[in-house]
Design a protein. Structure first.
Lengths: 509, 96
């Protein structure tokens, strides 16, 4: 990362921000009286908080740095991750998946799949998503401590402890309510910081036309959304088939960290609207991350190799006046903290609900699960502190994490989609589709050297075929098991909606 | 129990057979995927957003508004999705 130290007014802004956020989040501890309050904010969230929180979770500081670096290297094609790689999936999630999760009264996506299919499917899902989220936390903790080291001169180990304290104070005490509310504030800080750097950068290069004049002659493909089909990193068919059709819907429809806020909605409409509302800020993310990468290219085309990932820090150092640099750094930290807190809360929910409550202690009092939820959250903070330095020693772990995600997200999306849309899918087919799809992913990695977007696509297609074929040769599920879980067995009547609302509020795993 | 074991065996065999056949079929399609022109990327992406617009309007209004405090037009989530899709289509035309 670009070396420089924040001082004076900038330092004051950053420190004030890092103190204010945990204090604000800690305030919400008073509203946590039960397990439902802790994991689902008492099912009280309105749509706008859900929407902002989802985007706050979705955009991390590594996205700022990585996306700007990607734009510097490959150009506007990086924006596909925010546009076609998000918006159709958000609509699908809002109007198809979210209502069924909400109606089922489940706390987690694996819990829903357990109800729709069987407990084996649930356990495989919890192991996959649970492990991935813990891995992600380690990565975020590492990035956070690295930033504190580079910008504030805080030693890495101390940085890890500071990060843990900032996030732990309100995540452990206030649960999802605190996480969602702080996410809203952090998203605002992210937008203010991001807009500041984009506007100032565009002004410096002579506006949009100035940017084009500087980039297009030397990098003709940098202002195009798609790259040729034989491009080694981002071939367009992979972006469409793998990213837009599978990886993105799997992320937006099946990832606990994205879905959990909607399960905390005060009504089914708020759950759906929260997810759909997230689409609006999502559309503008490229203006905060991709355009700065292009501005850096226009102003300094000499960054080479790994230094290209320093495009965003280079802009902060060379473009921003005193005061704004602190604000943008605060935006960086906001992006990081808002992702870590949500992932932490979701990972704790998964392990508490789907492992501890489902298989270890089944019928304890509500207070017991609340206490266990908090303990598991603390445990994950400790695990993240331990595994974070390992990320540095083994840089390949980041890529390994991406491949691990591609291993199961295609099959997960296939069985969830069929589970909601097709009543004929049954417990045998769900399990076979999930395991078969993961087997296909693993074989593709071993046999062919293809991008993980293609792996996601093919494993989805394979899992889809297996689920359909196995469904047709095995017995269908009884209708009673499927009510409220499958499209076509929708309960539309207002009185039934009230019942569902109560069920969503009271039902456990 | 015996029936379950029989189903388990059949399902396992079927899953393995389909998976292996599927992996063998992937390679030629994968090679072909390296050939289409970039023009088709824009076409497919615009069709994707158009399909999203059409799909949201196939959702029943009662279903979309279920749980809503009132039935005002601004609460119709199909309109939200429509607006997002229109903006995206414009972006994909401009940066084609």
């Amino acid at each position: 990362m670009e070396q420089f130290n924040i001082q004076g007014i900038d330092l004051f802004i950053v420190i004030a921000y890092l103190i204010a956020i945990p204090m604000f989040g800690f305030y919400f501890k008073r509203f946590v009286k039960s397990e439902e309050d802790y994991f689902l904010a008492g099912r009280s969230l309105p749509f706008w908080i859900i929407g902002f929180s989802i985007i706050g979770t979705n955009i991390g500081a590594t996205d700022y740095v990585g996306a700007a670096g990607g734009a510097y290297r490959f150009g506007l094609t990086q924006a596909n991750f925010e546009w076609i790689g998000a918006l159709p999936a958000i609509a699908l999630s809002a109007l198809l998946f979210v209502p069924y999760y909400w109606r089922s009264g489940a706390y987690t996506v694996p819990e829903f799949l357990g109800k729709r299919y069987n407990q084996t499917t649930r356990v495989i899902q919890i192991i996959c998503w649970g492990s991935f989220l813990v891995f992600l936390m380690g990565q975020f903790f590492w990035a956070s401590s690295l930033m504190l080291d580079e910008y504030l001169g805080v030693p890495v180990t101390l940085g890890l402890i500071v990060t843990a304290l900032i996030i732990g104070v309100y995540t452990v005490s206030g649960g999802m309510g605190a996480v969602a509310m702080t996410d809203v504030v952090q998203l605002l800080v992210m937008f203010i910081g991001g807009i500041a750097i984009t506007v100032l950068g565009l002004w410096t290069v002579g506006g949009w036309e100035g940017l084009m004049d500087k980039i297009v002659p030397t990098h003709p493909n940098h202002l195009k959304l798609f790259l040729p089909a034989d491009h080694p990193i981002y071939p367009w068919p992979a972006m469409i088939l793998g990213l837009a059709f599978v990886a993105s819907p799997a992320w937006w429809c099946c990832n606990q960290a994205m879905i959990q806020r909607t399960l905390g909605a005060k009504s089914e409409w708020d759950a759906k609207a929260g997810m759909m509302f997230a689409g609006f800020p999502k559309m503008f993310i490229p203006f905060l991350t991709i355009i700065p990468g292009l501005i850096a290219l226009a102003l300094n085309p000499d960054l080479m190799g790994p230094d290209m990932d320093k495009a965003y820090p280079w802009l902060i150092k060379n473009l921003l006046p005193s005061g704004l640099a602190g604000l943008v750094f605060a935006a960086f930290m906001a992006a990081l903290i808002s992702s870590v807190d949500s992932v932490l809360n979701s990972a704790a929910t998964l392990w508490t609900r789907d492992i501890y409550q489902a298989y270890i202690v089944k019928d304890a009092a509500d207070k017991h699960y609340l206490r266990v939820g908090r303990l598991i959250t603390v445990l994950f903070i400790v695990i993240a502190i331990i595994i974070a330095p390992i990320m540095k020693r083994f840089p390949g772990l980041f890529t390994a994490g991406q491949y691990f995600l591609a291993l199961f997200q295609g099959p997960t999306f296939a069985i969830t989609l069929l589970g909601i849309y097709w009543s004929r899918a049954n417990q045998w087919s769900g399990m076979a589709g999930l395991i078969g799809g993961m087997f296909i992913s693993a074989m593709l990695y071993i046999r062919y050297d293809v991008s993980f977007f293609y792996v996601s696509w093919w494993s989805f297609a394979g899992a889809f075929i297996i689920t359909v074929v196995v469904s047709l040769i095995t017995k269908p599920e009884p209708v009673e098991k499927l009510e409220g879980l499958v499209y076509g067995l929708v309960m539309k009547d207002a009185s039934i909606q009230d019942t569902l609302s109560k069920r969503a509020g009271k039902q456990g795993g | 129990m015996k029936n379950n074991m029989k189903t388990f065996t059949i399902v396992t065999l079927l899953t393995v057979v389909i998976s292996v056949l599927f992996i063998m079929a992937v390679e030629p399609i994968q090679r072909w995927l390296e050939t289409p022109a970039v023009f088709w990327a824009t076409v497919v992406s615009i069709i994707t957003f158009l399909a999203t617009m059409v799909w949201v309007w196939t959702r029943d209004k009662t279903y979309v508004l279920l749980g809503s405090p009132d039935n005002k037009r601004r609460r119709d989530l199909r309109l939200w999705a429509f607006l997002c899709s229109v903006l995206m289509i414009l972006a994909y035309i401009i940066f084609a």
